[in-house]
Design a protein around this ligand. Structure first.
Ligand SMILES: [Zn+2]
Length: 432
């Protein structure tokens, strides 16, 4: 921030602070007498420095009608872009126009990536990192209207393209250890950014209250609702957490707002006696390919499209397997569809037994179908192998044991050396 001042006939002529970013300078005026004074200062500065101000390229926008009373040589405009944000004299227009533009850009960004063959875990990562990142900058200074947040949420169609059964949206937004996919909640994150910005700037929510009252005086009902809710949330956050304004972070506000909308995964409310904390924690374990994790996650959540399930939802005329004619269930697909599948399943059980040494005949079924792993120091190897098996059986069109072993070997060779050490119990990986 620079401050210009100049001595003129022994009188100090000062102008408001100048905000300079790269080769752009912005001067925010409060008084109607400021613009002519700035013009004068710039002209005097030009005379002594031998530089000329280009008045056609230098624009002036009055935010209040009162500001228009004094005329200058600056070009009068009704909108101007400052640091990528379009400003007009009307706050409601500023909010609406900028958010509309962002939604358009997000839609365009998604269109370009629709054809990519990514699993849902990777898509979420892609949305969080590349697609939504565009909006965080704006969200700090422009409160997001409820409707815009809903429009952005429609990116779900990209996430679930080609799926008949899906994970409910609120579940997608839970953290991985809660059974979600860690998809960012657009509304909560935008609100958190805006609240943090305001509280950090004035150590209170006064600006927010002012903005809310001002917008309400404009009779902009939907935005008034959004802002009233935002003000109430901010207030409640400050009261409940009692954190000093300078220590407030977006992450703290976001997780507070997320707590208000937290839900249980569908499958967890259906089968509440399972150890869900343990099951979900497996999806956080690194060094297992995301393709493998995704198939296991889909299996655990019951969204795999078997012919039996399609039939129950009247999508196909019969529940039979396209390959062998028996009823197509998950367990059929994984363990019984053909001699080849049965062979792979028998081989897998041998390898699992070798790793856990449990004698209960159901142990392996529980590992693969429920991710219910026995207590063993080799749990990583067991999880790795089980997820690899689930992926292979659900994704590959033609299956054979040598091909499955080859696929495991391929992934093994791509993993870090220190991870390979953890997989030592799976001796077939190091044979040859
Ligand atoms: Zn079959």
């Amino acid at each position: 921030m620079l401050t210009f001042s100049l001595c003129n006939n022994r009188q100090l002529v000062s102008i408001p602070p100048v905000y300079a970013y790269a080769d752009d300078a912005i001067i925010l005026c409060k008084e109607t007498t400021d613009p002519p004074r700035i013009q004068k200062v710039l002209q005097v500065f030009g005379n002594v420095s031998n530089s000329v101000i280009n008045f056609t390229k230098s624009t002036f926008m009055a935010i209040t009608p009162r500001g228009q009373t004094k005329t200058t040589r600056f070009t009068n405009v009704n909108e101007m872009k400052v640091l990528g944000i379009l400003f007009t004299p009307n706050i409601m227009d500023v909010i609406e126009i900028n958010w509309k533009d962002i939604v358009k850009k997000i839609r365009f960004g998604i269109q370009r990536h629709l054809s990519r063959n990514l699993n849902v875990i990777k898509k979420v990562w892609h949305i969080n990192t590349f697609i939504l990142s565009k909006i965080w900058y704006f969200a700090q200074v422009l409160p997001i209207p409820e409707q815009t947040a809903q429009q952005i949420e429609k990116i779900g169609f990209y996430l679930w393209k080609g799926f008949v059964f899906r994970i409910a949206r609120p579940q997608c937004k839970l953290s991985i250890k809660e059974g979600g996919l860690q998809l960012i909640n657009v509304k909560s994150k935008c609100d958190a950014l805006f609240i943090k910005y305001i509280v950090r700037a004035d150590h209170s929510i006064d600006t927010l209250v002012f903005l809310s009252n001002y917008v309400s005086s404009l009779h902009a009902s939907s935005m008034t609702r959004s802002l009233k809710k935002l003000t109430a949330d901010a207030n409640k956050f400050l009261e409940d957490t009692n954190i000093a304004p300078e220590q407030i972070t977006t992450k703290l506000i976001y997780s507070y707002l997320q707590d208000q909308v937290r839900c249980l995964p569908n499958v967890q409310s259906k089968f509440h006696n399972k150890n869900w904390k343990k099951i979900w924690s497996y999806f956080k374990i690194p060094h297992i390919p995301s393709n493998w994790k995704w198939e296991s996650y889909a299996l655990i959540n019951g969204i795999i499209m078997t012919e039996e399930r399609k039939y129950m939802h009247h999508i196909v005329p019969n529940p039979q397997c396209n390959k062998c004619g028996t009823i197509d269930t998950i367990s059929h697909r994984l363990t019984r569809c053909s001699d080849l599948s049965r062979g792979i399943w028998l081989w897998l059980q041998q390898k699992l037994n070798n790793a856990h040494k449990a004698t209960n005949p159901n142990t392996n079924l529980r590992i693969v179908f429920d991710l219910d792993l026995p207590q063993t120091p080799h749990y990583f190897s067991i999880l790795w192998l089980a997820m690899g098996f689930i992926y292979y059986m659900l994704q590959m069109q033609t299956k054979s044991l040598p091909d499955f072993i080859k696929e495991l070997g391929r992934v093994y060779l791509q993993t870090d050396v220190h991870v390979r050490k953890k997989l030592q119990i799976l001796d077939f990986l190091t044979e040859e």
